[in-house]
Write a protein that binds this ligand. Structure first.
Ligand code: WQD
Length: 321
């Protein structure tokens, strides 16, 4: 009974590996190390390679007696996906298809898939439910929605049981070594400006929200990891396929996040409000009832936890460099 975690040396994957190992699961990580780091994987063997390598997958399934897969390995930069959609379809869709072929051959029917709120596009609702129509705005979001369709079709065709977990805005870290090394999202981008002695940038101050800035549902990566563990355990217990949002069900505006960053770092965070970034929805906040009812999961860490742990990891990386 071993769970394979693809992308297990990455930011989110390493948190999932840790949570599963701490829960007593047998885990093997697979990562091509394109962005992952081997020393992030502790307590589980790491197989270095790609989900596109069918032979490696077959070998890994056999050697480790894999009975379930948590598939997190993927490309995740929206802008890059617009510039190079074929790369995103190959990595995210062909990668998933290759992995599902290996699952079918090895008769592995338990599958947890890393999906995204990017599948929703510009949702015009107060709380986004799993039934809100998916109209992704980028090739990245499309690859995640197509991935969900592929899994649904595999359920019909050969009994795959899959959980699609749609992450909202992931932040924070469970420990400094597992911190997000990327500077692609609001919190690390603000840290970078502060470190450079510049003002944080707010992309647009004229949205139809109470303070004019975009609202998102930020969720701690340790909560994301706990949700994966709950999904894997539910599949082990015989659960059927499902799609779940993972968020807190609570919105925070860009200005509110920046204010928390000021409180945590003690820095002057007076921002510059600049042009809107194209394609940003005004508000994306998860409805979280379904995952609470289906998996008994509720996120427990708040925005201050996310910012404080992210800041601690950021400083540790800087001081270690
Ligand atoms: C959050 C808010 C920005 C930086 C993206 C992907 C999504 C998911 C998570 C993978 C927005 C604003 C940002 C800055 C700012 N990824 N902002 N100043 O765009 O909600 O979601 O990452 O699954 O698919 O689209 O996250 O962190 O980039 O931005 O004002 O310096 O912060 O405009 O409103 P986003 P983000």
């Amino acid at each position: 009974m071993t769970w394979l975690v693809t992308g297990g040396a990455g930011y989110i994957g390493a948190h999932v590996v840790r949570a599963m190992v701490e829960d007593g699961a047998a885990v093997v990580a697979l990562d091509d190390l394109s962005t992952g780091a081997p020393d992030r994987v502790q307590g589980a063997p790491l197989v270095t390679g790609s989900v596109l390598d069918r032979e490696l997958l077959d070998r890994t399934f056999a050697q480790h007696a894999v009975t379930g897969v948590v598939h997190i390995a993927a490309k995740k930069q929206v802008g890059e996906s617009v510039a190079d959609p074929l790369f995103y379809y190959r990595e995210n869709v062909t990668g998933l298809v290759t992995l599902l072929e290996a699952c079918r051959a090895a008769e592995v029917d338990r599958f947890v898939f890393s999906s995204s709120a990017a599948t929703y596009g510009l949702p015009d609702v107060d709380l986004v439910t799993e039934e809100t129509p998916g109209v992704p705005l980028s090739p990245y979001g499309e690859t995640k929605l197509v991935g969900e369709w592929v899994m649904r079709d595999c359920a019909t065709a050969f009994g795959l049981r899959s959980m699609a977990l749609r992450y909202f805005n992931v932040a924070g870290s469970a420990s400094d070594e597992l911190a997000d090394p990327g500077i692609f999202n609001l919190i690390p981008m603000v840290f970078r400006e502060l470190e450079a002695g510049s003002r944080p940038k707010v992309f647009g101050g004229d949205y139809p929200t109470p303070d004019g800035t975009c609202i998102r549902d930020y969720v701690h990566v340790a909560d994301i990891a706990a949700a994966h563990l709950a999904a894997a355990r539910a599949l082990d217990g015989g659960a059927d396929s499902a799609t779940y949002n993972i968020g807190r069900g609570e919105g925070s505006s860009v200005l509110e996040v920046i204010e928390v960053i000021g409180k945590v770092t003690g820095r002057d965070v007076t921002p510059d409000v600049v042009e809107r970034r194209p394609g940003d929805p005004a508000r994306v906040v998860a409805a979280v009832d379904r995952i609470r009812e289906g998996l008994g999961f509720t996120a427990t860490r708040d925005l201050e936890d996310m910012v404080a742990s992210a800041w601690s990891g950021w400083r540790a990386a800087r001081d270690g460099a």
